[in-house]
Design a protein. Structure first.
Ligand code: GRF
Length: 235
């Protein structure tokens, strides 16, 4: 399967997922990265590994990004214009302009620390094909204000929590509200710092996201009649 990843930060989940594709644990390949921060760690890693980087959306201080419609088109197909220039003694002549269509043909979109909302054009173009990972047991500690270490800070501040852990869910037009596909329990220990809890959850994120993406790529997700997605174990 052709995978696109959306990243705004360091991209440790993206790196773990890519390693899983290279090891053959995930039957897919990353063909493009989309970011709103062209110099984030995830984008650097993509460029270092020959994965094209697209900017979306246009944000202050960033190179001009794609529009929502152009993003959808780009994920479906990439237009490459090759201009072959020829020279004569008197003037420069455009000899030929060849347009080639090289398709990204993205099957699944994986959000991995992408901090912007996904445009409805993309959600409609990719029904049940966009996943996100969130570092809490949704619906607890999810939504617009809950990102990065804020999630873990809130879990610890809530006091009585014994458990936290990552959630992988399908993406809809709001933050962290789509159908939950998988969750994993991680203990919250007495006197945990935000950093300790974040690191413990992140270790599980790396394992869980790869397992879930492997199942999605192998088409092992079935939809129960009440609309809940279930991962079938390997035959
Ligand atoms: C992860 O905690 C993920 O759950 C959340 O953003 C963080 C991204 O971390 N959505 P990284 O950039 O993959 O290291």
């Amino acid at each position: 399967k052709n995978l696109a990843v959306f990243v705004s930060g360091g991209g440790s989940n993206f790196r773990a997922l890519r390693q899983a594709t290279l090891k053959g644990d995930v039957n897919g390949s990353f063909v493009v990265l989309v970011t709103n921060k062209h110099d984030c760690g995830g984008a650097h890693y993509a460029r270092e590994n020959g994965i094209p980087v697209l900017i979306y959306p246009s944000t202050k201080g960033e190179p001009k990004g794609l529009s929502s419609n152009d993003l959808v088109d780009a994920l479906r197909s990439e237009l490459i214009v090759i201009c072959i220039l020829g020279f004569s003694l008197v003037l420069t002549v455009l000899i030929a302009s060849v347009m080639l269509c090289s398709k990204y043909k993205i099957d699944f979109i994986l959000l991995a620390g992408y901090l912007k909302v996904i445009p409805s054009e993309l959600i409609q173009a990719y029904p049940n094909s966009i996943l996100n990972i969130h570092p809490s047991l949704l619906p607890a500690f999810g939504g617009k204000g809950y990102y990065g270490t804020k999630v873990h800070k809130a879990v610890i501040a809530s006091g009585a929590r014994r458990y936290s852990g990552p959630t992988v869910h399908f993406v809809d037009e709001n933050y962290d509200t789509g159908r939950i596909l998988a969750q994993r329990i991680v203990p919250v220990l007495a006197n945990d710092t935000v950093e300790e809890l974040a690191a413990r959850v992140l270790r599980q994120e790396h394992k869980m996201y790869a397992e879930v993406v492997a199942a999605v790529c192998e088409e092992r997700v079935i939809w129960r009649e009440d609309g809940v997605p279930i991962i079938q174990s390997k035959a």
